[in-house]
Structures are given as C-alpha cells and as structure tokens.
Design a protein around this ligand. Sequence first.
Ligand SMILES: [Zn+2]
Length: 298
Amino acid sequence: MPDIRGVVELARRNGVALGHFNIADLVLLKGVLSAAKELQVPVIVGASEGERQFMGVRQLAAHVRSLREESDLPVFLNADHTHTLDSAMEAAKAGFDSVVFDASALPFEQNARQTKQAVGALKAVNPSIVVEGEIGNIGTGSEIHELATDLSQYLTTPEEAKQFVAYTGVDVLAPAVGNMHGMSQKMVEGETKKRLDIRRISEISTTTGVPLTLHGGSGTDDEDLRQAIAAGVSIVHINTELRVAWRNGLEAGLGAQAHQVVPYKILPFAVESVKQVALERLRLFNHLGHVAAGRKTA
Ligand SMILES: [Zn+2]
C-alpha cells in the first residue's frame, strides 16, 4: 500500500487532486468509500475535532484501518482542523496518516511558532506522518451560513506562504485563495459559486514548492477547481456538500417508508446520496469526466 506522501506527490505530478471528504458517521464513510472504489481512485477521509469526538479517535482509526486492509484501495485518514497539540498527538498516536494543524486564528508569528512545534512533535511519533499548516482566514463551520462573508482581505500572500513553509517545515500548506468553509443557501441551490484566485494559487505553489490543500471546496465553480488543481492544489476538501447530501438522503429514506424503523433499510438512501456527490467530485478532481449514462452532471 503506498503511503499518503507518495500518493499526494504523485497527484501533484499528474496534475490531479485527492478528494478529502469529512465523515462523522458510518453513512458518510460508506458513501465516500464506495465512490472511491467505483472509480478506483485514492481518497482521504477526514474528521475534525468535533467529528472525532463523536466517532472516537481510536475507533475511527481502527475502522479505517480495517477497511484499508480489506481493500486494495489507498484510503487515508486525516485529522482535520486540529487546534491543540494534545489533540494532534492523540490522532498521530492512534495511527492517522496526516494532521491539519490549524493555528490560523492566531497572529502569523504565533501560528508559525506553534505549527513548527507541532511538526516536530508529530514527526517524533510517526516520521512519515504528513503535517499540513494553515495561513489566512477562510471562515469556520462546514454548514449553511446566512450570508457568505467577505474574506478577501485575509487572502494568503506568496511571500508569507514561502516564509511559513520554510520556517515550520510543514509538508502541505492550506492557503486562503478565495475558498471558504461552509456554503450560503444560494450556493446550496446552485445559484452562486465560490470563485478562486488561480494566479495566487499558482504563485504560492511555485514559491513554496509544497503541495497545496484547498479547504472549503463545497460550492466552488467546477472550472475554477480544474484550474486550481492544474495550478498546484493537490488535495480538495469537501464537507458541506456531503452533509447536505446526507440530510437529503436521510429525509428521502424516511419519507419513502413511513413506518420503517429498520436502520439498514433507511440509511442506504443516505449512503447513496453521499456517494453520488463524492463520485461527481472525485471525477472532477481526477479528470475522469462525466461518463455515467443518464445522470445529471451539474
Ligand atoms: Zn477545512
């Protein structure tokens, strides 16, 4: 089984990106993995501190490990948005393949200092762990927001990105390049799309020399995503779109069977709904085109 570092590097070289999908339960995990399996592409499943608290850090790691052993598909587990060193260490010790150490709410110097410390501590636990750092502000909460906040003044500059990567030693950088966590209601309805600063991505990729992660990918213009991947984004995070699909699928499962109480007859609706979103995104990130017959490709 290839390791996450090799797979991310390969994606970067091939001009494709790994899909990173957040999971908070078995429904999301099954939906994402069955999409990856169908397309035979590697995938990253991620869990934020809240998602990990709900599923259990070690339980989640054990679950993903057992799935990985059973299939020949590279599936990696990421500790998403980890705000303290303790919680990062807990994930590393449980066997997570990568950690997003997120001190981006702090001033730049403090963020850099804490991230550097985290890189050292995490690599002492597992030398091959991939550590991602964050700079700039892309908002919080992978949910539906009333309004899309204007975050344009917090975009990452190529100079600070270069300085941050060189100082901290992170393997992967998550910049603010027009992306944003969560979606507005208009984005959920497909009326508006997030737009990315492609030139900025390209400059950050060139000056840092490390793979980039795009957080808050939900609701982003497809063409912008393609260009962002060509410009150096090697991992794209999708969470809110999956959560919307999870809820819609669950409602469909309940609505279709008024008196049903058997979970494994209701939840497959949600698994399928999540899978469809993951399929669409994975096709886009891996340049696989929209080949499934009779399905909408919007
Ligand atoms: Zn994120």
